[in-house]
Write a protein that binds this ligand. Structure first.
Ligand SMILES: [Zn+2]
Length: 312
């Protein structure tokens, strides 16, 4: 469609929220509609995915509480469309940010521009510093490790276990439904790519804190849902990868030499991990990144944080 200027589509594209992109060209890929699948989880909890990214939304008495915004402006609008089809008479009045990354929380301006936004203080501070186009500043922040919310007739608790991935990455716990939701930590298969923004020293110890809570469904930020056993096995993979990374260094493998990395990975890890989801794409990347942890000492204060490992 075009208006009297004949270039409505171009104008629409140029006005798309663009994150931290600085080039001037229209970026239609950001606005592309993605089909969304939405399924009931338990009670008032629903889950949405466009195939790779996953989140949850909650049915309140009067409106909807949405977690995250999915991955682009177009996906955020499609997410809003999925919520509207599920609850035609209810609109999104609250968004909860899982963590600071734009691919999960970058486009609240497209999902529900007038919603209240809840985030952990550590996430809030990155959002404020980043000033990304479309990532709305949280309107309510919280600090510490645990906060209970009763919003529009729905009870849930937000938990910050310590540094895991990104900044201020929280879990949502639904004790009555025995459901736990957390993004970019436990996901099916091997670890994601080169473990972008993971904080390895505290990661496994603080994730194990969630095992002190009563839940049997885990909703991750990618791919499909799992249970306690899947959660435990994912953490075991990180421990095994840490041991393998140290051994690879001792064996003289250079993490910057990609042919050597893939050969070593296939020889040493393929027999045990070869059947895991996305092994061929990511396992050598996982190992290379984990080797950097031991060669550099881990990155920044979050990567060297000595965690609280007390049960929740
Ligand atoms: Zn992330």
């Amino acid at each position: 469609m075009s208006d009297e200027t004949g270039n409505n589509d171009t104008v629409q594209s140029a006005r798309e929220h663009c994150g931290i992109f600085t080039i001037e060209h229209p970026m239609p890929i950001l606005g592309t509609w993605r089909d969304i699948t939405y399924v009931p989880v338990r009670d008032k909890i629903w889950s949405v995915t466009e195939g790779i990214y996953r989140s949850i939304f909650l049915e309140g008495d009067k409106g909807v509480i949405a977690f995250d915004t999915l991955t682009t402006p177009g996906t955020a609008r499609a997410y809003a469309g999925a919520v509207q089809r599920t609850f035609p008479k209810k609109s999104i009045h609250t968004i909860v940010y899982s963590h600071d990354h734009l691919d999960h929380t970058g486009y609240a301006a497209d999902l529900a521009p007038n919603a209240d936004i809840i985030a952990h203080k550590l996430c809030h501070d990155v959002v404020v510093a980043r000033q990304s186009d479309g990532q709305t500043t949280p309107t309510e922040t919280w600090e510490g490790e645990r906060k209970a919310y009763e919003i529009d007739g729905v009870y849930f608790e937000l938990l910050y276990p310590g540094p895991t991935h990104g900044d201020g990455n929280i879990a949502a716990y639904f004790p009555q439904s025995k459901v736990l939701f957390m993004v970019d930590t436990v996901i099916p298969g091997v670890g994601y790519a080169f473990f972008p923004d993971w904080h390895f020293t505290p990661y496994v110890p603080v994730m194990k804190r969630f095992l002190s809570l009563d839940w049997d469904v885990f909703v991750p930020g990618h791919f499909w849902m799992t249970d306690r056993q899947g959660f435990i096995e994912s953490l075991e993979f990180y421990d095994l990868m840490a041991e393998s990374a140290q051994q690879a260094i001792i064996d003289g493998v250079d993490p910057h030499d990609w042919p050597s990395m893939t050969k070593y990975t296939d020889e040493k890890l393929g027999p045990d991990f070869g059947k895991l989801f996305r092994y061929d794409e990511y396992c050598a990347m996982n190992l290379s990144r984990m080797m950097q942890q031991y060669l550099t000492g881990g990155w920044g204060i979050e990567g060297n944080y000595q965690p609280n490992t007390q049960p929740f």
